[in-house]
Design a protein around this ligand. Structure first.
Ligand code: F6R
Length: 282
């Protein structure tokens, strides 16, 4: 695992967008695992911008979302399918047939979950999985005590998640669905690469537990410590409780991938503030 601390939420999202863009350019038929939530909104905005500027082609990309609420049809405005349509899919040239979310309105949830696992396997597995972290420590909707080997299944959500997601339901935690289909922790860990985006002070405590705490099913994000290629990108606010920030900053200065990012950023290829060259006074 490596941790990258960026000065702001925008710059954290911009770095994650850069990684996704780099992987998609290198492999146009990339199998991309996607997440929803407020943290991802700026990131999707950035991917849309890159696409509109002709820098990113989604025509061959295949996507699998982490989760979907049970009881909502794909056309329900509160469904994660609609979130994805609004934030990304309808703004880029992705083939709708290549976009996948679990169907939370299925009459047979068990079969739906197995079908989702089968589709991921038939695509050759997920190349790059995007993740957020919930205040309950979850990745996907793998709430505390989810088995670290779990597969796609239905899961009861915790009160902490009702509170966190209430904002999408007019601020009322009682309106947040009680169950969801989620990829399992085991499913997520099989992705070739994971990239986590977490921003804001409300995530500081759980980010420190996930990254520097013990691996435990009480904080399923901590299972990412077992992953061979996982990058956690946070802003300063979400990094506030990390103990080893100086070391993480050293990594950012010295790893070739991030040197490439910093060089592109200097040239203004990447979104965010590129350093302006001082104009010489005459
Ligand atoms: C959503 C998902 C969740 C969120 C997490 C953070 O598809 O998988 O794990 O990433 O709950 O949500 P926000 O960004 O709203 O704080």
């Amino acid at each position: 695992m490596e941790v990258i601390v960026r000065p702001s939420a925008d710059e954290a999202a911009s770095l994650v967008a850069w990684v996704i863009a780099k992987e998609l350019r290198a492999r146009p038929q990339l199998v991309l695992g996607l997440a929803t939530g407020r943290t991802m909104e700026h990131l999707y905005g950035e991917l849309v911008r890159l696409h509109r500027e002709g820098q990113l082609d989604f025509s061959l990309c295949r996507t699998f979302n982490l989760d979907e609420y049970i009881g909502f049809s794909p056309s329900d405005p509160h469904s994660y399918r609609q979130y994805m349509e609004n934030q990304l899919f309808r703004h880029v040239n992705i083939d709708p047939r290549n976009t996948h979310l679990p169907d939370g309105s299925s009459k047979d949830i068990k079969t739906e979950c197995q079908h989702y696992e089968d589709m991921i396997r038939d695509c050759g597995g997920i190349d790059l999985q995007l993740l957020g972290i919930g205040t309950a420590g979850h990745i996907g909707f793998n709430e505390p005590l989810s088995a670290l080997r779990s597969r796609t299944r239905d899961k009861a959500l915790t009160p902490a998640t009702f509170e966190q997601n209430a904002v999408m339901f007019g601020g009322n935690p009682d309106k947040v669905p009680r169950r969801a289909i989620t990829m399992g922790v085991g499913t997520i860990l099989e992705s070739h690469r994971c990239i986590v985006l977490a921003t804001g002070s409300q995530k500081a405590e759980i980010v420190a537990k996930a990254v520097e705490g013990p691996i435990t099913s009480m904080v399923t994000a901590s299972a990412l410590q077992l992953h061979a290629h996982c990058t956690v990108v946070v802003d300063e606010a979400a990094a506030a409780e990390l103990q080893c920030k100086d070391y993480y900053r050293w990594i950012f200065e010295n790893e070739p991938e991030w040197t490439e990012y910093r060089e592109e950023r200097e040239k203004g290829v990447v979104a965010g503030k590129a350093k302006k060259k001082r104009s010489r006074r005459v």
